[in-house]
Design a protein around this ligand. Structure first.
Ligand SMILES: Cc1cc2nc3c(=O)[nH]c(=O)nc-3n(C[C@H](O)[C@H](O)[C@H](O)COP(=O)(O)OP(=O)(O)OC[C@H]3O[C@@H](n4cnc5c(N)ncnc54)[C@H](O)[C@@H]3O)c2cc1C
Ligand SMILES: *[C@@H]1O[C@H](CO)[C@@H](O)[C@H](O)[C@H]1NC(C)=O
Ligand SMILES: *[C@@H]1O[C@H](CO)[C@@H](O)[C@H](O)[C@H]1NC(C)=O
Ligand SMILES: *[C@@H]1O[C@H](CO)[C@@H](O)[C@H](O)[C@H]1NC(C)=O
Ligand SMILES: *[C@@H]1O[C@H](CO)[C@@H](O)[C@H](O)[C@H]1NC(C)=O
Ligand SMILES: *[C@@H]1O[C@H](CO)[C@@H](O)[C@H](O)[C@H]1NC(C)=O
Ligand SMILES: *[C@@H]1O[C@H](CO)[C@@H](O)[C@H](O)[C@H]1NC(C)=O
Ligand SMILES: *[C@@H]1O[C@H](CO)[C@@H](O)[C@H](O)[C@H]1NC(C)=O
Length: 539
């Protein structure tokens, strides 16, 4: 108990005052916290920075719009959703340093938000009183075409990264996620992937350097932080080790012409044969070809009272349509791909197409942050290591139709992903994995009845899939955050609890992450519902 310092006592006091946690009814306590936090920030920044203009308390008229701007799951946008006591919006690194020092001083939890796309919203909600450090102002991107590299700040979006690369070079791209509003901070630190992963691996496989503010408020680059911490923040999860300011990335070459296509088949159009064969082709074909498979229960076109499964293959090929059609004619004749199914275009236009805009749309759409807009959604993940038979696929279709709305997305691995050793970065799902499954359900109706229904059906489908997916551990993808697979109880730092989700997300790399965590943040200041715990101290 010797470690119980005044800040912790203060936190415990606040925990009893639950009204402070999620409402505006405890202004007195919040006022005093706000005052001492602000004074500490002022003491730790330059007067000309006017740090107070970057701090939003719950009584501020702009608080709600600042909070909502980067809420990306409407499930976390209700009156009972826990709200931060303070939101701080740093404009410079020194503000981040002050935020860490001062949040620690007043004894609050600090949640870090970049793009806000965490599927469980843990960048802006918490189970204890907390502040949000909102990184959206720290978004600059410096491209160095000559060196084929770039520094990207964590508050930048992927769309901005792609746009800024395209502005400087039509021959380069970057292998990260598909949705342009996803933030660099969470995406890279969680091991982000996109439609070039079979050619170039994950975003973190192409990171050269990084800047982080540690628990003492120190700014560290790769050299200063050392190889262990640098390894950890390439997939070990933002929010366990410090505040990531920026990553230096290595740009990758992209050809002048790429090809995209989307082909859809329902069960009466041989969808089962195609999905079955896809499992053998998609993870093994040319590294330049990424064929995502989407599976969705839909109403049959021929008989409106009947349900079917629609299988959609959405693809990017780093080459021209003739080569692609001839390649798939040999490897995947069941698909019957024709040149008229294909669209040849530039890499940047393929990014736009994958983001659901028409080819030809101006690349400026990639800069649209689309603030304060979200569906209700739930995601889960799995890895498939042996092909699923046609009989079993048919059973899965039946179950999906019974459940009604939850879809599956199969993302093929192989290629470069199988060449990179599983210990190279915290992300462990390399050779031996055919594809990743995402369970995906979106809904529009607010309220707990709908929420319970859809969460339940996603969980039922996940349970149904048990025999077909990885075991011991049943692996999961950190960026598809899923609190169903285990959580750290509020305020705790339990190695046992942490190892439940930790081994699923990181397999054998979890142990090294725990060692790094214990070395760089022994008091566990940087914590969240699924953060890396420190090593248990032997009594
Ligand atoms: C619509 C949509 C599409 C997606 N598509 C893809 C995809 O194609 N590929 C893919 O891999 N993933 C995808 N994801 C998942 C996405 O990569 C993760 O949710 C990612 O964590 C989002 O990063 P963010 O900065 O937007 O999120 P945030 O919610 O801001 O952060 C996520 C986590 O990282 C922490 N964090 C954020 N910034 C920092 C920082 N600067 N320093 C330390 N910790 C930080 C947060 O505290 C939180 O724990 C998608 C998600 C959505 C909602
Ligand atoms: C800020 O600095 C002033 C003057 O040095 C000092 O009196 C005060 O205690 C400091 N406050 C905080 C919160 O650090
Ligand atoms: C709200 O907070 C912002 C940022 O600190 C500040 O600029 C603004 O004046 C505040 N508005 C009100 C009404 O207090
Ligand atoms: C580009 O890279 C080379 C070799 O790595 C290095 O010597 C040079 O300083 C770099 N230039 C810039 C502007 O970073
Ligand atoms: C389905 O497969 C059969 C037999 O191989 C074939 O004759 C038929 O044309 C296919 N249907 C579609 C829509 O591809
Ligand atoms: C449509 O499907 C339903 C349910 O499978 C079936 O009962 C009905 O006979 C079908 N109608 C036609 C016209 O095929
Ligand atoms: C190719 O893109 C153009 C422009 O968006 C569109 O009109 C056309 O339908 C697309 N073709 C295919 C096969 O998708
Ligand atoms: C949050 O809810 C409000 C209405 O209560 C709505 O106006 C806003 O668009 C919603 N934002 C998100 C991100 O869901």
């Amino acid at each position: 108990m010797a470690k119980t310092t005044p800040p912790l006592a203060f936190l415990i006091f606040l925990l009893f005052d639950l009204s402070c946690f999620s409402s505006l009814t405890c202004a007195a306590t919040d006022d005093s916290v706000y005052e001492s936090f602000l004074q500490c920030l002022e003491n730790n920044t330059n007067p000309q920075d006017q740090i107070s203009t970057l701090v939003y308390s719950q009584t501020n008229a702009s608080y709600t719009s600042v909070l909502r701007a980067y809420i990306r799951n409407a499930r976390m946008n209700t009156s009972t959703t826990p709200k931060p006591v303070i939101i701080l919006t740093p404009k410079q690194i020194s503000h981040v340093q002050a935020a860490v020092i001062c949040t620690k001083k007043v004894g609050y939890q600090l949640k870090i938000r970049s793009g806000g796309h965490d599927y469980e919203g843990i960048s802006y909600i918490s189970d204890v009183p907390f502040f949000v450090l909102d990184m959206f102002n720290l978004r600059s991107i410096d491209i160095d075409v000559k060196n084929e590299s770039a520094w990207v700040h964590s508050g930048a979006t992927l769309g901005e990264v792609y746009y800024r690369i395209w502005e400087k070079s039509k021959a380069h791209g970057f292998p990260a996620g598909i949705c342009p509003t996803v933030g660099v901070g969470g995406h890279f630190s969680g091991g982000g992937y996109g439609n070039m992963l079979r050619k170039y691996g994950l975003a973190v496989d192409n990171v050269l350097d990084a800047q982080i503010v540690d628990v003492n408020g120190k700014l560290l680059d790769r050299k200063a932080m050392g190889e262990d911490l640098f390894w950890a923040i390439r997939g070990g999860g933002g929010g366990s080790f410090g505040v990531i300011i920026s990553y230096k990335i290595s740009l990758v070459p992209v050809p002048e012409t790429v090809t995209v296509f989307r082909v859809e088949r329902t069960l009466d159009e041989n969808a089962t044969d195609i999905v079955f064969k896809w499992q053998f082709v998609a993870p093994k074909t040319d590294n330049g070809l990424f064929m995502r498979m989407l599976l969705q229960p839909v109403t049959s076109k021929k008989n409106k009272t009947e349900k079917t499964i629609r299988a959609s293959i959405v693809a990017l090929y780093l080459g021209n349509a003739d080569t692609l059609v001839s390649l798939l004619g040999k490897e995947f004749p069941e698909l019957g791909l024709k040149k008229e199914n294909c669209n040849e275009t530039s890499w940047i236009q393929s990014v736009i197409w994958w983001a659901n805009y028409d080819i030809g749309t101006s690349p400026e759409v990639l800069l649209d942050r689309d603030l304060d807009s979200a569906n209700f959604l739930k995601r889960k993940s799995d890895y498939v290591q042996t092909p699923i038979s046609k009989d079993k696929l048919n059973l899965i279709w039946q179950r999906m139709i019974e459940l009604g709305k939850t879809g599956l997305v199969f993302n093929p691995y192989g290629g470069r992903m199988s060449e990179i050793p599983a210990t190279d970065a915290p992300f462990p799902h390399r050779a031996g994995n055919l594809f990743k499954v995402q369970y995906s359900v979106n809904w529009e109706d607010a309220g707990s009845t709908a929420e319970i229904e859809y969460l339940t059906q996603a969980r039922k489908l996940y349970s149904y899939m048990t025999p077909f997916v990885s075991k011991n551990p049943r692996s999961a993808f950190l960026n598809y955050r899923d609190l169903d697979i285990g959580v750290m109880e509020a305020g705790k730092n339990s190695y046992e609890e942490g190892s439940v989700y930790g081994y699923k997300y990181f397999n054998g790399n979890f142990d090294r992450l725990v060692k790094v965590k214990t070395a760089v943040d022994p008091e566990n200041f940087f914590r969240n519902e699924q953060s890396i715990p420190t090593l248990p101290t032997k009594a």
